[in-house]
Design a protein around this ligand. Structure first.
Ligand code: SAJ
Length: 471
């Protein structure tokens, strides 16, 4: 326990001013919830005034949300805290010096998963800006999902270099990983338990002071910074593993000519004490900014912490294998599509595919690492025309996103469902067939949202993930 840091914080008093770096899916809801708490006086949302994201600064200061998907309550909250003058968005990072606590919610993608090389450039730039501007006694919190060992390693080092101060003595440092999902950002922050891990007890306690006021149902789970890093990367890795298990079982069910969903209901029926089971859902693939990379952060943690791992010799990590199974699913959608086209004697070069749903999650505008991209690339390579529809995703680099379903479905030989948006559930076989103009259009359901028999009765060639009974 650093008495020095404790006395600095005691003199400084409670946290009143907060800085949140990174106005994205994590930073915006976090900032407005801090601002809405009467424990805190003012929250700065720090955003670089860049070509791609600078527009967010004025939007937020006008009380508008830059996030396009369904985010219940977020826009009202932004308006409320802006009108109450408790939240300001700025690109003036020198204001960090006024803050008692600064959180970083910046993307941590991987440059090359195979060699476990992360792209920490944006995070490092953010940490440098904090180090250059922070004052004595500031609490710095990393909310981004990071490789175990990063808080006490790289982050600490950069902050000490840039500030000339010592972590755990002159300033506090912690990791409090975000656990938000698009579509439920505010709810997740308030209702999920929050793991808070300091590099020392004083830092942990200061971070507990920061997060407690925003939790409604959730409770704080204090731990060490490294334990918090492993908790976050592992919980996403386990989710990815459970999805991979469902996908593998679905592929098996297809091969055996049975319905995965019957099997799932069967397995799910085993109830009772001591029986834990989470059979998740197979599908067209796993996208997003989290499950697609956190496994690699966990794997890299062993190296970063120079851990001595005892594991079956020459055997692949089941976590990495799970990644490969989930990354295979868009290719499986491609294989199902080719099988279906062949069954109606259609050549790929004369065919058109309509992809329904570019977002990686239903009813969201978030298309990061969307599984639909690999499928589209494979189709184009095979000489097939591809049109893409999504009601939420406005645009995407290198891909034209259509918003008029009539023109997207027009003359489509294949309809491939990649996101289960509510709008798509409403479309009847007659509506889709009418627009496709085909006698036997192909429909490939990657999210199990349509009723196979209704489409088969209407003359469709149906393919569905896990539907060995109908494919
Ligand atoms: N998916 C399936 N089958 C399933 C569940 C999901 O194929 O049964 C697919 C989805 O379609 C999507 C991808 O996986 O393409 C990811 O979906 P998700 O529901 O995991 O959404 P994320 O990645 O936004 O949220 C996860 C969550 N992690 C856990 O539940 C352990 C969320 O709580 C985290 O906050 C989030 O990652 C994050 O930010 O880390």
């Amino acid at each position: 326990m650093s008495e020095k840091l404790k006395s600095i914080l005691d003199k400084k008093g409670p946290i009143r001013k907060i800085g949140v770096i990174g106005m994205g899916y994590v930073g915006i809801p976090a900032a407005v919830l801090f601002a809405d708490s009467d424990k805190f006086d003012l929250v700065y949302g720090f955003q670089r005034d860049s070509k791609t994201s600078g527009y967010k600064i004025d939007m937020l200061n006008r009380g508008e949300s830059p996030l396009k998907g369904e985010e219940p309550g977020l826009e009202d909250f932004i308006k409320k805290v802006v009108q109450a003058n408790k939240f300001r968005c700025t690109s003036d990072f020198s204001k960090i010096s006024e803050c008692d606590a600064v959180t970083l919610a910046i993307q941590t993608p991987f440059k090359d998963p195979k060699d476990l090389i992360p792209d920490f450039s944006a995070l490092i730039e953010g940490i440098r800006l904090v180090g250059q501007n922070m004052s004595e006694g500031t609490l710095v919190v990393l909310e981004s999902t990071i490789t175990p060992g990063t808080t006490n390693g790289m982050a600490r080092q950069i902050l000490e270099e840039e500030s000339g101060m010592k972590a755990g003595e002159d300033f506090a440092l912690a990791h409090a990983p975000e656990r938000v999902m698009v579509g439920r950002l505010l709810q997740n922050i308030r209702e999920h338990d929050r793991c808070v891990g300091g590099i020392d007890d004083v830092s942990t306690q200061r971070a507990v002071e920061l997060y407690s006021p925003v939790l409604t149902k959730g409770k704080i789970i204090p731990m060490t910074a490294t334990a918090a890093e492993v908790t976050k990367t592992a919980e996403n890795t386990f989710r990815d593993l459970q999805i991979a298990a469902a996908n593998q079982l679905a592929l098996y069910c297809e091969a055996m000519g049975i319905n995965f969903y019957d099997v799932r209901a069967g397995i799910d029926s085993l109830k009772g004490e001591g029986i834990t089971r989470a059979i998740l859902w197979p599908g067209a693939g796993v996208g997003g900014h989290c499950l697609t990379k956190d496994t690699y952060h966990l794997e890299r943690g062993i190296k970063t912490l120079e851990g001595k791992l005892d594991y079956p010799e020459g055997k692949e990590s089941i976590f990495v294998l799970a990644r490969q199974v989930n990354d295979f699913m868009p290719r499986h959608m491609f294989n199902l599509t080719l099988d279906a086209l062949a069954s109606v004697g259609k050549k790929t070069c004369d065919s058109k595919v309509a992809i329904l749903g570019w977002a990686f999650l239903k009813n969201s505008d978030d298309a990061r690492n969307t599984p639909a991209e690999l499928y589209r690339d494979l189709m184009l390579e095979a000489g097939i025309l591809v049109d893409v529809h999504d009601p939420y995703v406005l645009d995407y680099p290198g891909v034209e996103i259509g918003h008029d379903i009539n023109s997207i479905l027009k003359n489509a030989d294949v309809i491939a469902i990649f996101a289960g948006h509510d709008a798509y559930v409403e479309y009847s076989p007659e509506f889709i067939k009418g627009l496709s103009g085909q006698e036997h259009p192909v429909i490939v359901d990657g999210r199990n949202i349509i009723e196979p028999d209704a489409f088969i009765k209407a003359g469709f060639i149906y393919k569905g993930i896990g539907r060995g009974d109908k494919n």
